[in-house]
Design a protein around this ligand. Structure first.
Ligand code: DGJ
Length: 734
């Protein structure tokens, strides 16, 4: 059958055009997604991969395509896994959806959204399949919108954002897993027969354990800088499900979306159910290429202030924990200002009038300053920061309440819990989650931020924490027949509150913290500037966690702090040089009591902060090249960032093991311009003698094929020797 091709780059106007178009080509600079959307037939998936030429596009069907639906729905072929399932108002459990229309909309940013509207053959039930592209970015976002005109409610029982068939061929999946204080660990495995499922059911946070993002390596074990890789990132902050079903066909069937478990949704006539975007990328430059695609798209399209350099801060938590007082805060501000920092953040412990917050068992909900600890209130702290030439930030946990609080005494009806049951209590034995499905709770959450920022417009940064999962699943707000809406409506309410906050306070920096790294996802990052990678600040373990997290998230999102030694989580004794060199590979900060540092250590930090400033733009906006994985167990790990114009680079090398006379691999660099010549300068240097290549110049070609030798230890006085070694090298092209 003759196909009519429409290349979206030619569709310049916001038009709904003739539904006779059949082959839909969604193109990005380097990739193509091709679907068949013949009117009256089920839309089919044809191709996802490198950009197709016009000729290849014309002959794509002849090359062999999966003959699989672009968005399989449940009912007529119930043995197959489906992306979408619903029970009609008359009890019918089947869907039979065919293409009704295709439209292309030019977006204000220059990208395009293609919508394939599919309609049930019998029932007035419609789903829009959306595919969005962005100028200059090799990422396609796909999501769906379901609506109907049936007499009663339609019960949605599955609602995936997207589906992708992946041709079988020793396909490996890399995913992140972990737990509190050990987030973002990488695991890679070939796809098994049957079902591989990655899911979350925390309710409030979703990335402590498994992550809602995967890398799919199409040709065997994943490689860093070559090989075909599909990356998939679900942009959602709530419960998710990523599923690979490997059946008796030639394809693995990949689905990703909101986790439907205990979350069926009663959709009213005329109401729209919108799924979160699933971001897809394809690269032939291996995992690294897919990561770089995600990083660029994330910074340019999803992250709050993705083009603004982040400030270097000191956070009070590991320095003083709940022991907040005015003098102590001022001392910390003086210290960070003297070291060249730009922001001080007062963490937990500053609030509670009737119930002062001295530990984690009271006061959440009562966001009034404790004037016994802070007689001058927040204003005095803002003033103190200003006097020292730095900014002031503050910790809050707005979605939560303790049973020991004035808020709970007045409004026990605001907490998440099933009717007729006692609440289940979390952190501190008293913590509960506020029911953000309830608009009154959304107001409370908005007002917490609004009150602080209206009263103290000098507040520059908010650390927004969330330390409990949804417990005792049920809602005091939702009606009896809509109890299963809670997980989904909680997140809708959360986003609504954030939207209001961002509309009124577009400039404030907000960190997403959730018992550490519980909120590292692209669903919430449009409202947040960064996330706290983990409550574990141990530099050695952070190498592994930040490595994994970098698969999907750029350095600018990763809050990475220098903390005390012995480390408070692992008790490991790590020298300041190594702690700093790891923290410098992300968004640098400190999480330490500077009072306990020696003058020499403070001076070292002052120099390191100045050095970081000289490469901050390269780290925060450059392209990441992972060079030697800590997971390979070679005794060292290494990565680098290169500026988009390839004029500047910064190279990191950390020894991860210490054995006498061990042979470590020599690391070759990547991402540089082979024809440029780069001068090497060591940053955060502690050695008595400079490295042999200090100030010397090498071509990008040499650095990428040969690399530079890293000494196994530091050339320091005998009493300063230890079992760690690390290097940070700045590369500047002439
Ligand atoms: C958990 C966070 O992850 C920590 O960084 C700290 O802010 C504490 N909460 C405060 O209670």
């Amino acid at each position: 059958m003759k196909k009519i091709f429409m290349c979206l780059s030619f569709a310049m106007l916001a038009v709904a055009f003739s539904a006779s178009a059949e082959t839909v080509h969604i193109s990005t600079p380097k990739t193509s997604l091709v679907l068949d959307a013949t009117k009256g037939e089920q839309p089919k998936f044809l191709y996802y991969g490198n950009s197709l030429s016009t000729g290849d596009l014309q002959n794509i069907q002849a090359a062999g395509t999966p003959n699989l639906n672009a968005y399989p729905v449940y009912g007529l072929w119930p043995a197959n896994e489906a992306a979408f399932a619903a029970v009609h108002s008359d009890g019918n459990m089947t869907l039979d959806m065919v293409t009704d229309n295709v439209s292309v909309t030019k977006n204000p940013d220059g990208g395009e959204t293609t919508t394939i509207t599919i309609k049930d053959k019998v029932y007035p039930f419609t789903i829009d399949l959306n595919y969005r592209t962005f100028p200059g970015l090799d990422v396609i976002e796909t999501w769906t919108e379901a609506s109907h005109n049936e007499k009663g409610n339609v019960k949605l029982t599955r609602f995936m954002s997207g589906y992708l068939p992946v041709r079988r061929n020793d396909v490996h999946v890399s995913q992140l897993y972990g737990t509190w204080a050990n987030e973002g660990r990488v695991e890679e495995a070939p796809l098994p027969h049957g079902v591989k499922m990655i899911k979350n059911k925390d309710g409030a946070r979703n990335s402590h354990t498994a992550h809602g993002e995967v890398m799919i390596s199409l040709d065997g074990k994943a490689k860093e800088n070559d090989g075909r890789v599909i990356g998939a990132a679900l942009c959602y902050g709530g419960n998710y499900k990523l599923m690979f079903d490997t059946d008796d066909t030639d394809y693995h069937h990949f689905f990703a979306g909101i986790n439907e478990e205990n979350s069926s949704y009663n959709l009213k006539k005329g109401e729209k159910f919108t799924t979160p975007p699933l971001a897809l990328t394809y690269s032939e430059e291996g995992l690294g290429g897919a990561s770089r695609n995600f990083h660029k798209w994330g910074r340019e399209q999803r992250l709050a202030h993705g083009d603004t350099p982040r400030k270097i801060l000191l956070n009070s938590w590991e320095g003083v924990y709940f022991d907040i007082n005015e003098e102590g805060m001022q001392q910390m501000m003086t210290d960070i200002a003297n070291m060249g920092g730009e922001l001080f953040v007062m963490d937990d412990g500053w609030f509670g009038t009737k119930y002062p917050r001295n530990n984690d068992s009271t006061s959440l909900g009562d966001w009034t300053v404790d004037t016994n600890k802070l007689p001058g209130g927040i204003q005095a702290l803002c003033n103190a920061a200003k006097e020292r030439g730095i900014k002031f930030g503050i910790w809050i946990e707005p979605e939560m309440v303790n049973s020991v609080s004035e808020l709970y005494e007045k409004h026990p009806e605001y907490v998440v819990k099933a009717p007729n049951r006692e609440p289940v209590l979390g952190r501190g034995g008293t913590q509960m989650v506020l029911d953000l499905a309830n608009p009154k709770v959304q107001d409370i959450v908005f007002n917490i931020v609004d009150t602080l920022l209206t009263k103290y417009p000098e507040i520059d940064y908010i650390k927004w924490d969330a330390n409990a999962p949804i417990m005792n699943h049920g809602s005091q707000y939702q009606t009896a027949d809509n109890q299963s809406h809670l997980y989904i409506d909680y997140h809708k309410g959360f986003i609504k509150a954030l939207e209001r906050i961002r509309a009124k306070y577009p400039d404030v920096t907000i960190q997403a913290c959730a018992s550490g790294g519980g909120r590292a996802n692209w669903g919430i990052l449009p409202y947040f500037d960064e996330f706290w990678v983990s409550d574990n600040t141990d530099a050695l373990q952070r190498i592994y966690m930040q490595w994994g997290t970098s698969y999907f998230f750029p350095a600018i999102t990763m809050a990475s702090h220098i903390s005390a030694s012995p480390n408070h989580q692992t008790n490991r004794i790590v020298p300041l040089k190594f702690r700093t060199d790891v923290a410098m590979s992300g968004r640098l900060g400190m999480e330490i009591q500077p009072k306990n540092m020696t003058e020499e250590e403070k001076e070292q930090s002052r120099k390191a902060i100045a050095d970081y400033k000289s490469v901050r733009d390269v780290v925060q906006f450059g392209d990441l090249y992972r060079l030697l994985s800590p997971y390979d167990g070679k005794g060292a790990a290494s990565l680098m960032y290169v500026s988009p114009d390839k004029k500047d680079g910064v190279f990191y090398w950390w020894k991860t093991e210490q054995f006498v006379n061990q042979q470590l691999p020599r690391v070759t660099m990547a991402g540089l311009d082979p024809n440029k010549t780069y001068t090497v300068t060591e940053l955060n240097r502690i050695d008595n003698e400079p490295l042999p290549y200090e100030g010397k110049s090498f071509t990008g070609a040499f650095l990428m094929s040969n690399g530079l030798e890293m000494p196994l230890s530091h050339n320091v006085d005998w009493n300063k020797r230890n079992d760690y070694a690390s290097r940070v090298l700045k590369l500047t092209a002439k």
